[in-house]
Design a protein around this ligand. Sequence first.
Ligand code: 13P
Length: 261
Amino acid sequence: MSKNKILIAGNWKMNKTTAEARSLVSEIVAGAGSQTKVDVAVCPPFTALESAAASLKGSSVMLGAQNVYVKDSGAYTGEISASMLKEVGCSCVILGHSERRQYFGESDAFINEKTKVAQAAGLLPIVCVGETLAEREAGKMLEVVSTQTTGALAGVTDAANLVIAYEPVWAIGTGKTATPEMAQEVHAAIRALLVKQFGEAGNKVRILYGGSMNPANASELLDQADIDGGLIGGAALKSASFLELVAIASSKGGCCCCCGK
Ligand code: 13P
């Protein structure tokens, strides 16, 4: 089976001012803004979305947010709606990141609600799942990831507008990466769940790896059968490393030999 088109997405987390975002995005656009071999997305903090959108205009790089609320408007102090994200130029949104699960108590049910709201608004959800070190050491990683995945996707029927990111918590920001084999084992389990839920369409859902992915380890990870891209933290904060990741992904070949994409 041919691989899905690779997606390299940068999760900037709570980094970059508006001005910094403008210059980072300009560098990314200069280096990768017209290539179409792989999909590229940047996800700045809310405050930098507008300046990033302006710098991305006319490029192939997608803009994403790092969270969304489930209501469209109203008395929800501190929250941002899907229509607000669409208006500012977002086409995707990261949901259920482990940092949101850990620090803000997000549950699978809440992430499920957000996934449906994002899809209904025309935003591509990038739904994050992943086990902690204790869960892995207890041999529970597949159980945890399976519960998170099926929980986040309960009642979801639109496989065409969906991305999953497997991010083992112990590999995030630690410099420790899952080996390609460790990552593939979990990606294959997620793939099986997707096929169970969506049938053949489940094979087309991209599953990204996240957790200290960098130019030194990306190639081997991207060679795995069920790794369709990366959700990048630290290495997305500098254009040189992010563009290097895009180049490595591009060298893996496009989505097919006949369309050249
Ligand atoms: P790092 O690449 O910094 O480990 O972060 C990964 C991540 O959390 C992306 O969402």
